[in-house]
Design a protein around this ligand. Structure first.
Ligand SMILES: [Mn+2]
Length: 273
């Protein structure tokens, strides 16, 4: 039987990634791998992860994360990486151009229908989150507009994402939307993001709340929504059909795979110190 597996933030943890693919017996000839973004950075083997994913690209669904965008900004704008970045120097080599071009064409929001034993279900994926009043159609259309802008106007739009603080928190702008899709954890009572909080759910200040709620409009169109980015959640949202998959592999915790057909989890222990 073919299957769809989603995996949380790999962040250059190639050994754990490969171990997970062996555990689930992933076959690129029949299965699909959904990757919640942040394929690279922080972990030791960003280039290996990217090269492997590129090799099986016809069997992979990816959404972009904030670390992927940061790398693309460094690559296309010849920006120096930060001290805590771990993309190897080879990732700036000309050979990496085809992988950077592949990465920049990936969406921010992705959805697909999946056939389970009993029925057809609809599943969507985003790296960080979706604004509360957005339908699936809306989110995918806006994602598409952002993707096309990035492809058409690569250098400038990447630069804007990291420099243009004016539209940072507005979800009506190109920059604000991309920030929401790739970086949000908590929102204020108007549903607008607050990017300063990165901690655990129990420590969220009282004027803020997680972006995910049962009442979020997009859930009317979906059976499941999977996302990554917020490692401090440790895989728990307390909402059964909104599933957090970043379990902090690059921070020494775990890499989590989820089979979408039956929501069975497969967990690999991190080898990072
Ligand atoms: Mn992230």
């Amino acid at each position: 039987m073919m299957a769809n597996y989603a995996v949380g933030d790999i962040q250059g943890c190639f050994e754990e990634f490969k171990e997970g693919l062996e555990l689930i017996k992933f076959k690129s000839s029949k299965d699909f791998l959904w990757i919640t973004g942040d394929l690279i950075n922080r972990g030791p083997d960003s280039l290996k992860v990217l090269e492997y994913v590129f090799k099986i690209k016809d069997s992979v669904h990816i959404v972009l994360g904030n670390h992927d965008l940061h790398y693309l900004n460094c690559f296309f704008n010849n920006k120096k990486q930060s001290d805590d970045d771990t993309f190897q120097s080879q990732m700036f080599h000309k050979r990496s151009l085809k992988m950077a071009k592949f990465l920049i064409q990936q969406p921010f929001v992705f959805s697909k229908k999946i056939l389970t034993k009993e029925k057809v279900i609809k599943v969507a994926m985003v790296h960080a989150g979706i604004p509360k009043d957005m339908t699936l159609k809306n989110a995918e259309t806006l994602s598409k507009i952002c993707e096309l802008e990035l492809i058409k106007n690569t250098k400038n739009s990447l630069k804007k994402i990291f420099q243009d603080k004016k539209d940072f928190n507005s979800i009506d702008s190109f920059i604000g939307l991309i920030n929401f899709f790739t970086r949000v954890r908590v929102v204020n009572k108007n549903g607008l993001p607050d990017f300063s909080f990165k901690g655990r759910k129990k420590n969220i200040p009282s004027n803020l709340a997680p972006w995910f709620r049962k009442e979020n409009k997009i859930m009317e169109d979906l059976d499941f929504l999977v996302f990554g980015h917020w490692a401090a959640l440790q895989g728990k949202t307390d909402i059964s059909n909104i599933i957090a998959l970043d379990t902090g592999c690059c921070w020494g915790k775990e890499l989590t795979f989820l089979r979408l057909e039956d929501q069975k989890k497969f967990v690999i222990k991190s080898k990072q110190g």
